[in-house]
Design a protein around this ligand. Structure first.
Ligand code: GLN
Length: 191
């Protein structure tokens, strides 16, 4: 099975490593051009800086092909990737792929609290162990559209949501050793 990681900017290499930890035999494709999307079972859009990634997507002519890909196949967006997937972006408003019906507010934890590591309870990911969540200048999901399923919350706000066949995290599961979030995404892909 081939899984893509959008490799324009941000921590795409950490996602590739996390995918390998979760499933050593998965084939990973770094996506920088539209034709790299061919034959992929799913795609990860990493964390980084969503404004920069948006500009690079437009520069490399990827915006429309990513939208078309996400209309057919599962996409997993983390942090900046979550911002790029949401239908509505606040603080400030910004264009996005609009593939998942969410409202996200960028940099929503405030300056002094903008990065932290927390441990969260979840019963949705298999096992009762707490999930480590690394939040780096993270957005907050302010609204989850119809059919969205919140898998993990932090301070009562959703931080991991399954919606419309896609997966969205406001934290960075690729920076923690726990493979459960990547496993969850991989388990939904069809080769
Ligand atoms: N603050 C970044 C943004 O708004 C996201 C940060 C991240 O991906 N860790 O795009």
């Amino acid at each position: 099975m081939k899984v893509g990681v959008l490799a324009l900017q941000g921590d795409f290499e950490a996602h590739a490593a996390a995918l390998r930890r979760a499933r050593p035999r998965v084939e990973i494709v770094e996506v920088r051009q539209s034709h790299h999307l061919e034959g992929l079972a799913g795609l990860i859009i990493p964390g980084g800086e969503s404004t920069t990634m948006l500009k690079l997507m437009e520069y490399y002519g990827l915006f429309e092909s990513l939208r078309a890909f996400g209309a057919r196949k599962p996409v997993f967006g983390t942090c900046a990737g979550a911002i790029l997937l949401a239908t509505e972006v606040l603080n400030p408003a910004q264009a996005s792929l609009g593939l998942v019906d969410l409202t996200v507010e960028r940099n929503a934890y405030g300056r002094q609290l903008d990065s932290r590591v927390v441990r969260l309870s979840t019963h949705e990911l298999g096992g009762d162990a707490e999930l480590e969540a690394v939040l780096i200048r993270a957005p907050i999901i302010r609204r989850v559209g119809a059919g969205g399923r919140v898998l993990v919350r932090y301070q009562n706000d959703p931080v991991l949501v399954e919606i419309g066949g896609h997966l969205v995290a406001t934290f960075h599961p690729e920076l923690s050793p726990d493979p459960r979030v990547h496993e969850r995404f991989l388990s939904r892909l069809e080769p």
